[in-house]
Design a protein around this ligand. Structure first.
Ligand SMILES: [Zn+2]
Length: 364
């Protein structure tokens, strides 16, 4: 599974999706009553707040009514009127790389005669528990869906044992279609031209390719259902490059353990095995060179084990927080209490100290 690092969202978004302020977004941590830390994205200019910071999107919980709810990262980027810079999100993976293939149509000629193989790829949302005090406890449920596209029509199957209500279908991020009800275990055929943008432009299947589809709905128990899938047309370069990559992968023996884990994670996807191996090796060699804060490194290793990219990421963040803490001289009592509460988790010590100092100042 690709690690999605929500801390990098403020860099990926060039401006706030709601107020378009630049540099106003930041990621903060809230401690739930259960003791679990939950991250959220906040705009310091307009106070818009998002939770569910996951690969497939995020949920606006404080903001204008018409935008409250879950949208894909691409949809939020559209609203921000700036392109999303996913290259800062740790790994530069297009979403279609996620390897769970749920349905494949055979090679067929489309209406304009340029047949292409559509591979439908489902993106598995990383389930993150997002309850916090002020937010109603609705969960996001992964819908069980099959979608295929042929001859200008989508075949959509509700594989769930429950009805979907208030269903919103979004094609290529901009074209929408709503249904009050799609019943359990039922197959629907939907013409592509039924999808329209907010200004009424129809999706034209003769000139446009379906790239992705998301489905959101209400479930009978009041939760929110969500599904996202993307199509990718294999390019001729894929079969040509794969054997080279395969050979390359087989040749790598410097770190057999890292190779073994990469293979376990990505299986026959040699391109991804190579990518994962190279990233992990780079992180591993970087870790071996660090000598400044052995205790912080030890904690990071305990938390992330042999996932060297995450160990490196954790170490860097904790060192930054630690060095920041060392520079603070005001309010030593508050710092002492924050250290007692969070110990060696310097990011949380810093967070606690900042919050407590802000609260103390507000009282003056
Ligand atoms: Zn804003």
């Amino acid at each position: 599974m690709v690690k999605f690092n929500p801390d990098l969202l403020p860099q990926a978004f060039k401006s706030c999706p709601i107020c378009h302020a630049e540099g106003s977004l930041s990621v903060a941590v809230s401690k739930e009553s259960s003791g679990k830390n939950v991250k959220y994205l906040l705009c310091t200019a307009c106070r818009s707040t998002w939770v569910d910071l996951i690969e497939t999107g995020m949920k606006l919980v404080v903001g204008p009514d018409e935008h409250v709810g879950f949208k894909s990262l691409a949809e939020w980027a559209n609203l921000s009127q700036k392109p999303l810079d996913l290259s800062v999100m740790g790994k530069q993976l297009p979403s279609v790389k996620t390897p769970t293939i749920i349905s494949t149509t055979n090679r067929k000629n489309s209406a304009i005669g340029c047949g292409f193989l559509l591979v439908l790829v489902v993106i598995i949302a990383i389930a993150i528990n997002t309850c916090w005090e002020s937010i109603p406890a609705t969960e996001t449920i992964d819908l069980s869906v099959s979608v295929s596209f042929d001859n200008g029509q989508f075949t959509i199957i509700n594989n769930d044992s429950f009805d979907w209500r208030d269903v919103k279908l979004t094609l290529n991020s901009d074209y929408r279609l709503t249904y009050p009800l799609l019943s359990a275990k039922t197959t629907y055929t939907v013409g592509a031209m039924q999808f329209t943008t907010s200004d009424g432009t129809m999706f034209n299947p003769f000139t446009m390719k379906p790239l992705n589809m998301s489905i959101s709905c209400e479930t009978p128990d009041g939760n929110r259902g969500w599904w996202y899938g993307g199509w990718t047309a294999p390019t001729p370069t894929v079969p040509e490059t794969t054997p080279e990559i395969k050979t390359d992968v087989v040749k790598q023996t410097a770190y057999p353990d890292i190779m073994e884990r990469a293979k376990q994670e990505w299986g026959e996807d040699f391109e991804m095995v190579k990518y994962e191996y190279e990233n992990q090796v780079e992180a591993y060699e970087w870790i071996m060179r660090q000598t400044a804060y052995p205790d912080i490194m030890e904690r990071a290793k305990q938390e992330w084990g042999e996932d060297y990219e995450m160990v490196k990421y954790e170490y860097e963040n904790q060192v930054e927080a630690y060095e920041w803490i060392m520079r603070q001289t005001a309010y030593p009592d508050i710092m002492e209490r924050a250290k007692q509460e969070w110990g060696g988790d310097y990011e949380m010590v810093k967070y606690e100290y900042e919050n407590q100092v802000a609260a103390y100042k507000a009282l003056q």
